[in-house]
Design a protein around this ligand. Structure first.
Ligand SMILES: Nc1ncnc2c1ncn2[C@@H]1O[C@H](COP(=O)(O)OP(=O)(O)OP(=O)(O)O)[C@@H](O)[C@H]1O
Ligand SMILES: Cc1ncc(COP(=O)(O)O)c(N)n1
Length: 526
């Protein structure tokens, strides 16, 4: 079933918050999105400049128009702003009694602008009776439980206050960690009895969080209407929101607190330019690569050390994948891993997928070994396959066998994720059925990107790093030598290949780089 979800909220012409964000979030969470507008707000990424309140009859008429025709599975309420709007919505809720109602008590925007009259606060409380979940941010929670500004300092205070509000209202209350300190963000769903559901994710360093509250509550309404349990809905929403925030800066919307990227999942792998790089796009359309294309120097700061190309073709590949490497290194998972504040659960989720990946990757290497015409290269790929199995076995013996990991193992997926199976199916298909050069180019990023990332991670290694022994695995000199050998083989194969084969091999290499990036990023939402 596609849940039909109605948002009742104010507008944001920049598309980041309010009803605009709600419609995007409901759609991204798998619902059919509908919207009834309350206030018309002139705002952008810097703040609110004007609020226009259409006559209350306009709101009532919209609500009637929708509910007289459409079966509504969930309602999300955002900015109401005025007493007469609140009362009109209340009268409508009494008649329609939606099964799921997520109420975001919007009082103050991220920018600090008030979005509700002071006397309206009391009326807003009267809507709580209808709510499945109330989703105040920390300052709003303080107002609602009559605490002083700044009184809620940590997660425990917030859960306590949320329990009190839940007891008073009979609704669940979401505790949102965005405004609290710490490198991790915890989100909870709390009832009068205590916490029902909990998620933890890495805090992303960005000022682009405009509309996160609106987006979170709409997605939550949608997942609950789709039949998710509280924990399932919170898991889905937190992982989606974290990545939407992680991708926010790429949107480049406005010069203040920018919006989040609601539809990042739709964009994954959908841009041909992302796959082949802007400078290659033109050549690739022609279907020929007679000589290496010149890649413009990247503007971003490079890691201190990377493994050198073996000639002009692999230099071209390195240039084309530079941005993907930077994005992967800058991603929340690797940043947190490097700093040593990655959550154990995320690390375990990653390790489990890595072990599943390595098994299939080794098979792809074995297929390449069979394909190579040169005995020396066959020996190299077969030896790499054998080493890969050793690394996989070692993962099970060491990290995954630890006592403190056992509890986490029960909570992470044990089957290959979509990314893991997508990446390995891709590698196996290239190694089994494509030309040798294409198969070799496809497996190269697993050596090269991984080795570059390991060198970057090694810069962070210190005696008290929680993942120290793991960081050391890939600093292994043999792995660096194997990477150099794989680069040299690909350089030779490119040199000998036909122009059309080079295009396909370049695409395969870049596609594998994108899979590598996705492979690291998935850990935050597994
Ligand atoms: N920097 C961040 N990194 C990762 N997740 C974040 C970050 N900021 C916010 N979030 C996510 O967004 C959710 C809502 O954020 P927050 O707690 O700030 O609520 P809010 O104040 O209603 O949102 P808004 O900032 O849009 O008003 C949080 O629960 C968290 O999951
Ligand atoms: C119409 C409207 N509703 C809600 C918010 C709060 O959004 P945020 O606090 O996420 O900026 C907003 N800015 N505009």
């Amino acid at each position: 079933m596609i849940p039909r979800v109605l948002s009742i909220a104010g507008t944001d012409p920049t598309g980041g918050a309010g009803i605009h964000a709600d419609l995007k979030s409901i759609s991204a969470a798998g619902g059919y999105a509908m919207g009834a507008v309350t206030a018309v707000v002139a705002q952008n990424t810097h703040g609110v400049t004007d609020i226009h309140y259409p006559p209350v009859e306009a709101l009532t008429a919209q609500l009637e128009a929708v509910s007289s025709d459409v079966q509504i599975d969930a309602v999300k309420i955002g900015m109401l702003g005025r007493v007469d709007y609140i009362d009109a919505v209340r009268a409508w809720l009494e008649k329609t009694a939606p099964k799921v109602l997520v109420l975001d008590p919007v009082m103050v925007a991220t920018s600090g602008d008030r979005l509700i009259d002071e006397q309206a606060e009391e009326h807003l409380r009267q809507l709580f009776d209808f709510a499945t979940v109330i989703t105040p941010n920390t300052p709003e929670l303080e107002i609602l439980v009559g605490a002083q500004r700044g009184e809620i300092r940590g997660v425990d205070d917030a859960v306590d206050a949320a329990r009190r509000l839940a007891a008073e209202t009979g609704s669940w209350v979401a505790v949102k960690g965005g405004h609290l300190e710490g490198s991790e963000i915890s989100n909870y769903l709390v009832s009068a009895e205590g916490s029902l559901a909990e998620t933890r994710s890495a805090r992303i360093e960005t000022s682009s969080t405009h509309g996160t509250g609106c987006s979170q509550s709409s997605a939550l309404a949608t997942r609950l209407a789709a039949g998710d349990s509280g924990q399932e809905a919170l898991d889905w929403v937190s992982s989606w929101l974290t990545e939407s925030i992680a991708r926010a800066d790429q949107l480049q919307v406005g010069s203040g607190n920018g919006p989040i990227d609601h539809f990042f999942r739709m964009r994954k792998f959908s841009h041909p330019e992302e796959l082949v790089g802007p400078s290659l796009a033109h050549t690739a359309v022609l279907g020929e690569l007679a000589e290496p294309v010149a890649v413009p120097e990247s503007q971003t700061e490079k890691p201190l050390q990377t493994i050198e190309p073996a000639g002009p073709w692999t230099a071209m590949l390195a240039g084309l994948s530079e941005n993907i490497l930077q994005q992967t290194i800058g991603d929340g998972f690797l940043t947190a891993l490097q700093r040593g504040n990655l959550s154990t659960r995320e690390f375990v989720a990653y390790q489990v997928q890595d072990a599943l990946y390595l098994d299939r990757y080794a098979r792809a290497l074995s297929l390449l070994a069979a394909k190579s015409p040169l005995q020396e290269e066959t020996a190299f790929w077969a030896g790499s396959a054998s080493n890969t199995y050793e690394v996989e076995q070692e993962l099970h013996r060491s990290w995954l066998a630890r006592r403190e990991v056992a509890d986490f193992l029960k909570t992470v997926p044990s089957a290959p994720s979509k990314v893991t199976s997508g990446y390995t199916d891709f590698l196996l298909a290239r190694a089994a059925t494509a030309d040798y050069v294409v198969g070799a180019a496809a497996v190269l990023p697993c050596f090269w990107m991984y080795a570059d990332i390991s060198l970057y991670m090694a810069e962070a290694n210190r005696p008290d790093h929680p993942y120290r022994s793991w960081l050391e695995t890939y600093q292994d000199q043999d792995f660096v030598l194997a990477t150099q050998k794989a680069i040299a083989i690909v350089e030779r194969l490119f040199e000998e290949a036909r122009p059309d084969q080079r295009v396909r091999a370049t695409r395969a290499y870049l596609e594998a780089c994108l899979w590598e990036r996705e492979f690291f990023q998935q850990a935050s939402y597994l």
